[in-house]
Design a binder for this molecule. Sequence first.
Ligand SMILES: [Zn+2]
Length: 84
Amino acid sequence: MRAKAKSTQHYRRLRELAALAASDRRRQLRRTNEAVEALERVSSGSYGVCRECSRRIPAARLRAKPEATRCLECQLEHERNRAA
Ligand SMILES: [Zn+2]
């Protein structure tokens, strides 16, 4: 009984670790895709241009988030719309 309880705990812990690893992999994959897409925008000449308003994304924002596709104002608006 005690051994079964322990193995159940271990199983639960392993499931938690697997879920964390999967979430980490998804985050890494998303960041990799964002970086590749940013490099493609560099190649096509559209890097640093906001996809919503077509204005230049300020250099400070690109330094902080080089893969940004929107200026800060458009990004905040985008997130507000997604949350709604
Ligand atoms: Zn914008």
